[in-house]
Design a protein around this ligand. Structure first.
Ligand code: ATP
Length: 240
């Protein structure tokens, strides 16, 4: 059975339907990358799964438990954690305070402050600094660490490398690879197609709120992905 199952999800911004009947499943321990052009609906999809954006219709099921009607805190408690685009740390609180605060809202489990610092050693010397003074890469590491403190069963990461230097992105993906080896299930939104293809077991390409193409990286040609990305032609494997 899949760990996360998203069924016919519809989410809107006012009159604009941003996610149009999206369905996909994520197996435990898998990493899925959601790609697609600006405005394709990726952020809205992740926000709807995490419970911070209202769902018009459809279902979200985590390990057999229907979370569709659960609010965001209940989804965190059930094991869904999101690292939002822009990181959204509490800027005047220290890194330590940001991490420990998150730990109070999640599940019990292996991710303690020490475990997070082992996964992101660059955070150790920053623990007593206010989050506001961190660089982009440091903020992203702290934001992921904060989500891990909730001991999620599934980690949702929006625009994971946006605004980071190439070196910071390298470091970030090394940490994400470590999380994968530890069995963390990951859904990430990534604009950098090469990174997405190199990291994920499965790619979902969104176009205008639907899934235009879905498959394992090895089974997808660049031409198919480019076509799905820009809606140039109907790509094979399209789900909606
Ligand atoms: P990006 O990469 O630019 O963040 P995205 O694929 O994540 O794009 P969304 O941000 O989910 O896409 O946006 C999907 C659609 O919803 C777009 O047409 C966008 O203009 C619209 N939208 C997003 N946020 C809002 C909002 N707060 N109010 C109104 N419309 C919105």
């Amino acid at each position: 059975m899949s760990l996360l199952s998203v069924e016919n999800l519809v989410a809107a911004h006012g009159l604009l339907t941003a996610v149009r009947g999206v369905s996909f499943a994520v197996d435990e321990g898998a990493a899925i990358a959601v790609v697609g052009a600006n405005g394709a609906g990726k952020t809205t999809l992740l926000r709807a799964i995490s419970g911070v954006h209202r769902i018009e219709s459809g279902r979200i099921v985590l390990d057999g438990i229907d979370l569709t009607r659960s609010n965001a805190p209940k989804r965190v408690a059930a094991g869904v954690a999101m690292v939002p685009e822009g990181r959204r740390l509490f800027g005047d609180m220290t890194v330590r305070e940001n991490l420990l605060l998150a730990g109070e809202y999640g599940r019990a489990g292996r991710w303690t402050l020490d475990a997070v610092l082992d996964a992101f050693p660059a955070l150790k010397p920053l623990l007593d600094r206010p989050a506001d003074v961190l660089s982009g890469g440091q903020r992203q590491a702290a934001a992921i660490g904060r989500s891990l403190m909730c001991n999620p069963r599934i980690l949702l990461l929006d625009e994971v490398s946006l605004g980071l230097s190439p070196i910071a992105v390298d470091g970030l993906y090394q940490s994400l690879a470590l999380l994968r080896r530890a069995g963390t299930t990951i859904v990430l939104v990534e604009q950098d197609l090469d990174r997405a293809l190199g990291f994920a077991d499965r790619i979902l390409c969104m176009l205008e709120g639907g899934i235009a193409l879905e498959g394992e990286p090895a089974a997808l040609s660049r031409a198919d992905i480019t076509a799905a990305y820009f809606g140039l032609a109907r790509a094979k494997g399209g789900a909606s």
